[in-house]
Design a protein around this ligand. Structure first.
Ligand SMILES: C[S@@+](CC[C@H](N)C(=O)[O-])C[C@H]1O[C@@H](n2cnc3c(N)ncnc32)[C@H](O)[C@@H]1O
Length: 253
């Protein structure tokens, strides 16, 4: 039975955590013209200030999804669903490639409808044919598998990243949490071990981070890690692959 002090501590943590990420959010425009969200109290942006769309394509599509050119169906896990930008561009890319995607987006602090309506991704991506998709991604309910299109199934999982316990399920993880300075607890060996466990063998994890401590945490969790050129404004980023003992580095480039 938790005591009074324990309950107060947990409650204080939850309230503080909620205040940190859900209270003051400001829509901003990044250098490529696409919108993002700024958290004034933490001085943290959801994307690169040099360009939200530019960063998303570079990190998650070019260095992630592009490795699955030969696949017909893949499972993707997004860590930090946020604006849904990564989900939207993955949907658009899957269409071009004839790829079936099962997309799980984990998010503890969903955006409000009035925030989503101010994001300019549809205009910036110039998507007339798929203009309703972005709304659909956000309107569908949480915690249930939803058919966005016959080749794109989405489940938005309202949960804490810390509680993920999937096993051997995903081909690709978009690791897009807030930076390690803001949320050091999410860039640890413990969390990357969860990511490792949730990946299939030879599954890939991509992240915009290039920090040495992050690379070491990924390696300690068992991932084979390489540094890659980062998006504009950032020298490097990281990519890891789940490998069996004895495997060679199997990623191209
Ligand atoms: C850097 S933003 C990335 C957002 C998203 N990928 C996008 O393109 O908009 C990080 C996201 O992680 C969410 N988040 C922060 N801490 C979390 C936690 N402990 N569990 C689940 N989501 C969390 C935030 O609410 C935010 O949406």
């Amino acid at each position: 039975m938790p005591n009074f002090y324990g309950i107060c501590k947990v409650l204080t943590f939850c309230i503080f955590d909620f205040m940190k990420f859900a209270m003051k959010r400001k829509i901003i425009i990044t250098d490529d013209g696409s919108s993002s969200i700024y958290l004034p109290e933490l001085d943290e942006i959801y994307h690169s200030k040099h360009g939200a769309i530019q960063e998303a394509y570079h990190v998650f599509i070019q260095h992630g999804l592009d490795l699955f050119d030969d696949a017909s169906e893949i499972n993707i896990l997004e860590i930090g669903f946020g604006t849904g930008l990564n989900c939207l561009i993955t949907f658009l890319e899957a269409k071009k490639r004839n790829l079936i995607i099962n997309y799980d987006g984990v998010e503890a602090y969903p955006l409000k409808a009035e925030e989503i309506s101010q994001l300019n991704y549809k205009q910036q991506l110039n998507i007339q044919n798929e203009s309703k998709v972005f709304e659909k991604i956000h309107i569908v309910s949480w915690n249930e598998k939803q058919i966005i299109a016959s080749d794109f199934l989405l489940i938005k999982r309202k949960q804490f990243i810390e509680s993920i316990d999937d096993k051997n399920k995903f081909d690709l993880i978009y690791f897009d949490a807030f930076g390690a300075e803001v949320q050091p607890e999410l860039w640890t060996e413990l969390i990357f071990k969860k990511m490792y466990d949730s990946l299939k063998n030879k599954g890939i994890l991509v992240t915009y981070s290039a920090k040495g401590s992050v690379r070491r945490a990924m390696q300690s969790a068992g991932l084979l890690v390489e540094r890659l050129p980062g998006p504009p404004g950032k020298r490097e980023m990281l990519r890891g692959v789940k490998h069996s003992i004895g495997d060679q580095m199997i990623i191209k480039e």
